[in-house]
Design a protein. Structure first.
Length: 632
C-alpha cells in the first residue's frame, strides 16, 4: 500500500510538472486556462448598419454606441472658463474626424475611447466646480515618479501585480530582484496594457524565461512577444535564436546579446559571481562547452526592463541581454500593470522614471512659464506646433523652461503650442487638464493618442497655424526636439520664399517598410509604389501658410489621403499640390539632426529633459550651438 501511495504521489508531481512546463513553454496554453485574461468567446461584436459605424461601448459589450452619440459626447457645449476654452481652439475644428476614421489604424477606437474619457473628465471637474465633491483627499501625486514593493515574501497565486497608474514613457524602468526556483525555475514578466471594461487587456511586452528549454531547444531560452485580441500572439523573438543569430538592433543594442548561449570563457573567468551555468555537470564523455545564460535556479538576479526610443531593453545583473522593438498599437504609454508569474521568488520590485506632473504649488517660475495671450487681429511670423502625448509631462516642462524662453516666443512674434490627445487613464487626463488650464499652451485633441494618429495632429497644427493664428510659416516638431527658434526663423527669412515652401531635412529617396511587425509598416494597399515622393523628416519641418491652409481645406472636403506616417503624409499631400501646378520649393536644411545632437545644430532630436536643460544652458553661456557631451 505504501508503495502504491508513493507511486500515486510521484505520478501527481510528474503531471503537475508537465502541466507547468507546458504552460510556460507555450503562451497560447495560458489562454486556455481560466484567468483574469481569458476571453469571453460568446461576447458579440456588434455594428450598426448605418452611414457611420456604430462603436461598442467598452463598459458594456452588449450596448452599441452610434458614431453620432460619440460626436455628441465630444463636442457638446460645456460650461468652461476662458482659460479652459483656450485648450479647445483646435478641438472645435475637428468634429468631422470621425467621417474619415476608417482611413487610419486605431482611429475608430481612439475616438470611441476619447468619448468615454472626455465625459469622465468633464464629470470630475463639473463636480469640483459645484462643490459636490466628497471629502477633499490629501494632496497626493496621482502620477508618482516611482513605485516600490520591498521585502516581498509571498504574492497571490503564482502572480505578483504592480499597478502603474499613469503608464510608462521613454526612460521608465522596471527593476525586479529575485531568485528563479521551484520545479523548473521558469517564469514570465508581462507588461499589461490599459483596457477599461475589456475582458482581455493587451500584453504590450511578454518576457518568458524557460530555463530547461522547450519544444524547439533543450537549452535555456528567453522568448519575447506581444498579445492582443486583434492580432493574437505576434512572432516570437527568441534569445538565443534557435535558427541563426540576428543582427537586428533596437536603440543600437542587439536584439539578443551575442554572449547568450555561447561559451564565454572570458566572462566566466572575469565574473565569478555571475549566473553562468558553470555548475551544471557535463554528460559522461561529453565535451559540450558550458554556455552563458543570465538566469539560473537558486541564483539571485537583478533584472531591469527599460523603455527606450525604439523599443524595450532588458539587462540582467548590469549586462544587456535583449531588446524588443515596439509593435504597432502596442505602445508603452498603454502599460498600466506589471505581472510576474512562475517559479520566481521575488525580493523587491521597483518602477522608476514614471511619468509625473510638477506640483504647481512648488513651481517658483510659474508665471514665466505660462504662455502669453495670442495677438489679437495681428498675424504672427512663425507658429510652432509640438506633438506630445498625454503623460509626457517632463518633456513639456523641459521645453517650457528652455527654447520656449526665447525672446521671440516671450514677445509673441513666435507662437508655440503642444498638441496632445486624451489618455485612456482618467488620472492622466486630470493631470493634463490641470496643466493645460495652468500654462495655456496645450491644444487637446478629441481622440486618444496612438502612434498611427499623429497625422491628425499634423492637420490640427495646420488648422491652428492658419485659422487660430495667421502665421507666415508653420512648423511641426516633437516634444523631445530642441529647436533653435532664432536660427530656424533666420534660415526661413534667408530663403525669401513665402509660398509653396517645404523646409526641413528632405528625403527624396525612401521606400516603405514592408515588415508587418514594424511600427512603420506600410502595406502595398496603403502605398503600392516602391518609393515615396520627397518628404521632410518629422522631428522638424516647416511649410508656408498656403500649404497649411490647403491641407486643412482638402481635409475638410474629404480629399486628403490619410497616411499613418505624418511626415511622409505631408510629402504626399505636397507632391499632389506640386502636380496640380502649385510650384513647390523643397529647401533642405542639413543642420536639422534627427538622430541626436551635433555641433552647429538648428534642431537636435531625441533629447531627454535633462539634455534639453543642458543645451539651453550652453546656449546662454557660450552663444554657440554645442552638444552636451562636447568640450568647450
Amino acid at each position: 500500500m505504501k508503495k502504491w501511495s508513493g507511486a500515486v504521489i510521484l505520478v501527481f508531481l510528474f503531471t503537475l510538472l508537465i502541466l507547468r512546463y507546458g504552460i510556460l513553454e507555450n503562451p497560447l496554453a495560458e489562454r486556455l486556462l481560466p484567468s483574469p485574461l481569458s476571453r469571453n468567446s460568446s461576447e458579440p461584436l456588434d455594428w450598426l448598419d448605418s452611414a457611420l459605424p456604430a462603436i461598442q461601448n467598452p463598459g458594456n459589450g452588449f450596448r452599441v454606441v452610434s458614431a453620432n452619440a460619440i460626436v455628441s459626447r465630444l463636442f457638446a457645449p460645456r460650461n468652461l472658463s476662458d482659460a479652459e476654452q483656450h485648450s479647445l481652439q483646435t478641438w472645435n475644428h475637428l468634429d468631422h474626424l470621425i467621417n474619415y476614421s476608417n482611413q487610419l489604424p486605431q482611429a475608430i477606437e481612439a475616438i470611441r475611447e476619447a468619448g468615454s474619457a472626455w465625459e469622465d473628465l468633464m464629470a470630475v471637474f463639473e463636480d469640483k466646480r459645484s462643490n459636490r465633491s466628497t471629502q477633499q483627499k490629501v494632496k497626493e501625486k496621482q502620477c508618482p515618479y516611482s513605485i516600490k514593493k520591498m521585502n516581498i515574501t509571498e504574492f497571490g497565486y503564482d502572480t505578483f501585480k504592480l499597478k502603474l497608474p499613469c503608464g510608462l514613457v521613454q526612460g521608465s524602468s522596471i527593476t525586479l530582484i529575485g531568485t528563479p526556483g521551484g520545479l523548473l525555475g521558469n517564469f514570465r514578466i508581462d507588461l499589461i496594457g490599459t483596457a477599461p471594461g475589456e475582458p482581455d487587456p493587451p500584453i504590450i511586452f511578454h518576457y518568458n524565461v524557460r530555463l530547461h528549454g522547450d519544444k524547439l531547444t533543450e537549452d535555456p531560452v528567453i522568448v519575447q512577444n506581444t498579445w492582443s485580441v486583434a492580432n493574437d500572439w505576434g512572432a516570437e523573438e527568441r534569445c538565443p535564436s534557435d535558427t541563426h543569430p540576428t543582427s537586428k538592433k533596437v536603440d543600437d543594442l542587439e536584439q539578443c546579446s551575442a554572449i547568450v548561449g555561447n561559451d564565454e570563457k572570458g566572462i566566466i573567468a572575469s565574473d565569478k559571481h555571475h549566473n553562468v551555468s558553470r555548475s551544471v555537470p557535463l554528460k559522461k564523455g561529453g565535451n559540450k562547452p558550458r554556455r552563458y545564460f543570465p538566469f539560473k535556479q537558486g541564483y539571485l538576479s537583478i533584472t531591469t526592463i527599460r523603455v527606450g526610443i525604439e523599443g524595450i531593453q532588458v539587462t540582467v545583473d548590469g549586462r544587456h541581454i535583449s531588446s524588443f522593438a515596439f509593435r504597432e498599437t502596442l505602445e508603452p504609454w498603454l502599460v498600466n500593470e506589471v505581472r510576474i508569474s512562475g517559479d520566481m521568488k521575488l525580493i523587491s520590485v521597483l518602477a522608476s522614471g514614471l511619468p509625473t506632473s510638477e506640483d504647481l504649488e512648488h513651481v517658483i517660475d510659474l508665471e514665466l512659464l505660462k504662455s502669453n495671450p495670442l495677438p489679437i487681429h495681428q498675424a504672427v511670423k512663425f507658429f510652432i506646433g509640438i506633438i506630445s502625448t498625454a503623460n509626457n509631462f517632463k518633456h513639456r516642462m523641459a521645453v517650457r523652461r528652455t527654447w520656449m524662453q526665447y525672446d521671440l516666443v516671450r514677445t509673441g512674434a513666435v507662437v508655440v503650442r503642444f498638441f496632445v490627445g486624451l489618455h485612456k487613464n482618467q488620472m492622466v487626463n486630470e493631470e493634463l487638464w490641470n496643466e493645460a488650464s495652468t500654462y495655456g499652451d496645450i491644444q487637446l485633441m478629441p481622440f486618444v493618442d496612438y502612434y498611427s494618429l499623429i497625422t491628425w495632429k499634423t492637420i490640427a497644427i495646420c488648422i491652428y497655424g492658419t485659422n487660430v493664428v495667421s502665421a507666415k510659416y508653420i512648423m511641426k516638431t516633437d516634444d523631445d526636439a530642441f529647436v533653435r527658434v532664432d536660427e530656424v526663423l533666420s534660415a526661413l527669412m534667408t530663403t525669401n520664399i513665402t509660398s509653396g515652401l517645404l523646409f526641413g531635412r528632405i528625403n527624396s529617396d525612401s521606400q516603405p517598410h514592408r515588415n508587418v511587425e514594424s511600427k512603420w509598416y506600410i502595406s502595398p494597399e496603403d502605398w503600392p509604389s516602391e518609393k515615396y515622393p520627397p518628404w521632410a523628416h518629422g522631428p522638424g519641418y516647416v511649410v508656408s501658410h498656403d500649404i497649411a491652409e490647403a491641407v486643412y481645406k482638402q481635409h475638410n472636403d474629404g480629399h486628403l489621403k490619410m497616411f499613418k506616417l505624418e511626415d511622409v503624409a505631408m510629402g504626399i499631400w505636397i507632391d499632389k499640390m506640386n502636380k496640380n501646378g502649385s510650384g513647390i520649393k523643397y529647401v533642405n536644411e542639413g543642420r536639422i539632426y534627427t538622430d541626436g545632437c551635433e555641433a552647429g545644430y538648428v534642431l537636435a532630436h531625441y533629447q531627454e529633459p535633462r539634455e534639453m536643460l543642458c543645451l539651453w544652458r550652453k546656449l546662454q553661456e557660450t552663444q554657440r550651438a554645442r552638444c552636451c557631451g562636447e568640450k568647450q
